[in-house]
Design a protein around this ligand. Sequence first.
Ligand code: SF4
Length: 331
Amino acid sequence: MSEAALLSIVDLVKHFPLGDGLLAKPTGWVKAVDGVSFDVARGESFGLVGESGCGKTTLGRLILRLIAPTGGRIEFDGRNIFALSNTEMKSLRRRMQIIFQDPYSSLDPRMKVDAIITEPLRAIGHLTRRQQQKAAAELLEKVGLQTADIDKYPHEFSGGQRQRIGIARSLCVRPELIVADEPVSALDVSIQAQVINLLQDLKEEFNLCYVFISHDLSVVEHICDRIAVMYIGSIVELATTEKFSIASRHPYTRMLLQAVPLPDPHRKTAPFAMEGDVPSPIDPPAGCTFHPRCPYRFEPCTLEKPPLVEAAPGHRVACWLNSGQGLGIDE
Ligand code: SF4
């Protein structure tokens, strides 16, 4: 774990058993997360991107210790969160919060905004009711809503406004880390940019560290300092956002980039399009799991899984073609 890292993930594995019941022997395993390692620095926005079923949401739930891993560890500020007692974890939870994908189902329709936002504060229990209300009112203004909204119910708000309430709730206990799981994918496109800009502003103001999970590379590129691309439970490329747009090396990343609509007709893209479906994580392909969809596959690709290695300073790639010289396709 580097000195500046707030979050350090080491060889993390999460396999879910398949079978008929709790006592029955598993008939197979879903390899949702399969040996993932990376650090996230304080104040950094780290993006996790990939298609549906790649394991990114499972990874987010592991980071918050909502589920237990099959192997590996996660260190938050130097402490392995899976080795902490429930009491120790309760106090650590204040420092890590989540923003959910769906602003409709994530807010209790029977609770007023005041009660929703202060729920984490009540769990900690060290502020008076008056202090809680004051904190909620201030946070509403920070996220672009009115103080008077405090007495309303979720159904009185639009989707974008509800997501702002969810963001205010996550900020209530002044966390250092926020896991944002597809925070804008359920919103209209016109609202997405507003919420992304809000998250960007709040990051600066509250000195937050984000783990930003999304299937949409263009969203992640907008807000993140570094990006990791996941494919069937593993990271296949990790680099700074700048390197992603100009010097991505993994064929899968190239495909994701090419799928992003561009307003620039002169920007070059890789000469192939996304094809085929993501293979099942129950029985992933041997060797490089991307090889059935990869136009560059050659013999080693079907035999052995390529390790994630440093191709350039701060740029790691898992591909047998990676020689440190790029892929030889248009950059
Ligand atoms: Fe394609 Fe082979 Fe690289 Fe996998 S290792 S991405 S199959 S070239």
